[in-house]
Design a protein around this ligand. Structure first.
Ligand code: 5GP
Ligand code: MG
Length: 182
């Protein structure tokens, strides 16, 4: 059974918790806290990070909205398919608003590159990205310009699970980020 494999912890629940506070503070210093902020949480991977970041941002942004999008690119494979599809779109317009995309991890950059182009076309006032994890070694050559404005942690060339990130649907509910031992 996939769920009984040993997981080596990379970022503990405590490390994640301690990182999110300064991240929220940094975001509050860079954006206009008197204006509406739309968080675009990317399902399903960013659900834990999105929930914790939203609560950390709430004291700074009285006009905070939490929206969701669901994209598919991976299926059940560990490698990106290169194709991105919108499976669930925003339920609220973002034109003229401050927007912060909340992603779990940036690997090849294909998903985020596609998403940023899509959202930019809807003319937000500002569009920034917060990613829990960044895997710079995975970036495809054509996605060199794809980046997150706010990053929780950098990771090496490993496949991580937990805190929203899955392997074929498992491990999402773990409170930490780790690597599955083979
Ligand atoms: P990209 O399009 O940047 O290659 O991939 C981004 C998406 O691939 C992430 O949102 C995530 O769903 C998935 N992904 C990339 N690297 C990992 C990883 O190490 N672990 C898991 N669970 N998902 C990953
Ligand atoms: Mg994802």
């Amino acid at each position: 059974m996939a769920t009984t494999k040993k997981i080596n912890v990379l970022f503990s629940a405590e490390m994640i918790r301690r990182r999110i506070r300064p991240l929220a503070y940094e975001i509050s210093q860079c954006l206009d806290t008197s204006q509406e902020l739309v968080l675009v949480v990317i399902l399903k991977g960013a659900v834990m990070f999105g929930a914790d970041l939203a609560r950390a941002l709430a004291p700074f942004f009285p006009l905070l909205r939490v929206e969701f999008m669901r994209l598919s690119s991976y299926g059940n494979e560990r490698k990106t398919s290169g194709e991105v599809k919108v499976e669930l779109d925003l339920s609220h317009p973002i034109e003229g608003r401050q927007v912060l995309v909340v992603e779990d991890i940036i690997d090849t950059g294909t998903t985020l590159g596609y998403l940023v182009r899509l959202l930019q076309a809807r003319r937000p006032r500002t569009l920034q990205v917060a990613a829990l994890l960044d895997k710079p070694s995975g970036r495809h050559a054509g996605n060199g310009g794809v980046h997150a404005d706010y990053v929780g942690f950098e990771v090496g060339p490993v496949f991580v699970v937990g805190y929203g990130l899955d392997d074929a649907g498992f491990y999402r509910a773990l409170p930490y980020v780790g690597v599955v031992e083979d």
